[in-house]
Design a protein around this ligand. Structure first.
Ligand SMILES: [Fe+2]
Length: 280
């Protein structure tokens, strides 16, 4: 029997000989840059065109043109969300974990697991998987933030779960700032078993910025770029002895690739909320 005939016979029965299969090699992410102007224009037009009640979230996905899936990277999905004054993005939960960076606006808040987290520009807010969350804007201006979710990773395992709340707004069950007082600077040594999924938390930009300003040149890696400062976000539910340090390269051996990325990060190519993916 000819090999071609065997292949044809198998194909008719939706079978495939392994001799026709090649193990796919690793493919790195192709770089791409999304400009803030186009993102903002799309968000503002969406906020005029689509009511918050029409969409679960008024968000625009960042789609990598080099990927067959409409995701930002193989494992991560980035979106930008906008909520107009007076609007509430109703409560839901999913087993995708989310981080939110506030890009523009202040005075709005997100409720995660019964606690309000106020949103100001530069804040980072953690929404662990399967925690209820709804977003409120009681300010006079739109609020815009970046969402980062591990959706493509979850979907690749076909285990994505989503639940819409029966009520638009979840009840407030914790005082505002409670997570910071419980997990921020002093805490009980006993680990809370309910924190296995992670905990909601807000890293306020005013505190992060003050910390960055307080860092001297001696605290920085000379090969991280001209003015790039890195500050490690510490998971509030990770014991201090597991925090670790930022990986640092020997000062005698600069890494050209690292410098190239750093130059991107120092503003020579980036502006405001431009977003880029780059090879690791
Ligand atoms: Fe969500």
């Amino acid at each position: 029997m000819k090999l071609e005939d065997l292949d044809s016979q198998l194909e008719k029965n939706h079978l495939s000989g392994f001799w026709r299969t090649r193990v796919p090699s690793h493919s790195s992410e192709a770089p791409y840059l999304w400009k803030w102007e186009a993102l903002l224009d799309g968000l503002l037009k969406a906020s005029e065109t689509i009511g918050i009640e029409q969409a679960e979230r008024r968000a625009i996905r960042v789609v990598n043109p080099h990927l067959p899936t409409k995701s930002t990277s193989h494992t991560l999905q980035v979106t930008f969300s906008i909520v107009n004054p007076g609007e509430v993005a109703r409560a839901h939960r999913h087993n995708m974990a989310a981080i939110r960076f506030v890009v523009q606006g202040k005075g709005a808040y997100t409720v995660v697991d019964g606690e309000k987290f106020y949103m100001e520009e530069g804040d980072l807010i953690l929404t662990p998987n399967w925690t209820w969350h709804d977003h409120h804007n009681e300010s006079h201006d739109p609020i815009i933030w970046l969402d980062g979710l591990d959706g493509p990773l979850i979907q690749s395992f076909n285990i994505l779960f989503f639940e819409e709340s029966k009520v638009a707004e979840q009840p407030i069950t914790h005082q505002t700032g409670e997570s910071l007082s419980r997990l921020g600077f002093a805490r009980a040594p006993k680990k809370n078993e309910s924190h296995e999924r992670g905990v909601p938390f807000r890293y306020a930009w005013k505190d992060t910025h003050a910390s960055l300003r307080a860092m001297g040149d001696h605290d920085c890696d000379a090969y991280d770029g001209d003015s790039a400062f890195q500050r490690q976000g510490i998971d509030p539910d990770t014991p201090p002895h597991q925090h670790g340090d930022l990986p640092r390269r020997p000062r005698s051996r600069p890494n050209p690739r690292r410098r190239r990325v750093s130059r991107l990060e120092t503003g020579r190519h980036f502006r405001r909320a431009d977003l880029a993916v780059a090879r690791p």
